[in-house]
Design a binder for this molecule. Structure first.
Ligand SMILES: [Zn+2]
Length: 277
């Protein structure tokens, strides 16, 4: 795996592995950086065809859907096509591995692509919904249909709710809509109850997710950030900062945790990095 190469062992990596190895309960939060490494452009990122003419923030609202359902449904059809074509990367898979090494691990994600679940993670809390799950516009009836992606970058009429006939929309959180109360409540509980929180690929500016590290830390957890650059959180709420992509740092970190779980504990000399093989 080319994306797993090149992570040098550092004191921070060793320290982070030690914290994870001793933890009973781990909370991982992931943001857009995690998905970008699977080739899913950010919301405002690369857009083709009709979609290059629209501001995505003007498409992801109730008003936009009411005004022109085919435009908004077409945009989400296009986004779903990109999500379905993407695959979980080494970082997603490493979190599945880590889950098997520790007593409790949960993931709270701002991403709507379901890649953690596709990788095999068991406990994923979705703060912003899921682009491949649906409900009706008028009454939020859950619509349990496998709706195929259509090969188009243009307008597309949404299907109708089998229960009330209202147009079907993606079950994601649009601008101006509240986050699902149950997900927010669960995320807060997990932050307050974890021993270690791993913050991966987030800008740290979208609340309430951005408030979780400080919440975890004030409850006594160690907060470890994995990011390509420092974020809004780094100075404020982070104990250890590991620089790099999720697809590079997570595999190296989890291999180290695994080595310590098998070996004599965090004080065992690691011996020329042989555990990185
Ligand atoms: Zn309905």
């Amino acid at each position: 795996m080319p994306d797993e190469a090149g992570t040098a062992a550092t004191p921070e990596l060793d320290a982070a592995a030690g914290h994870l190895q001793r933890a009973h309960s781990i909370l991982v939060t992931t943001g857009a950086g995690m998905s970008r490494e699977s080739g899913i452009p950010t919301f405002r990122g690369a857009r083709e065809g009709l979609w290059s003419r629209f501001d995505p923030t003007q498409l992801a609202t109730r008003d936009a859907f009411r005004e022109d359902p085919a435009r908004v449904w077409g945009w989400y059809n296009y986004r779903r096509g990109m999500v379905r074509a993407a695959q979980p990367h080494a970082g997603h898979r490493s979190l599945v591995r880590l889950e098997s090494l520790v007593p409790e691990l949960s993931i709270v994600t701002q991403n709507v692509d379901g890649l953690h679940q596709r990788a095999g993670s068991a406990d994923v809390v979705e703060l912003h919904g899921n682009i491949d799950r649906f409900k009706c516009f008028a009454r939020d009836h859950p619509v349990d249909l496998d709706i195929p992606v259509v090969e188009t970058t243009g307008l597309l009429d949404p299907p109708s709710c089998p229960e009330c006939g209202s147009p079907v929309r993606p079950d994601v959180v649009w601008y101006g809509e509240p986050l699902p109360a149950e997900s927010i409540g669960r995320a807060g509980d997990l932050a307050r109850g974890c021993d270690v929180m791993l913050v991966v690929g987030t800008s740290g500016i979208v609340y309430p997710a951005a408030g979780l590290p400080a919440l975890a830390r004030s409850a006594g957890a160690t907060v470890i950030e994995i990011n390509t650059t420092t974020s809004e959180l780094t100075a404020r709420a982070v104990d250890l900062f590991l620089q790099g992509t999720a697809g590079t740092v997570l595999p190296a970190l989890v291999r180290k945790v695994e080595g310590e779980a098998r070996g004599g504990g965090p004080d065992t000399p690691s011996g020329q990095g042989s555990d990185g093989a």
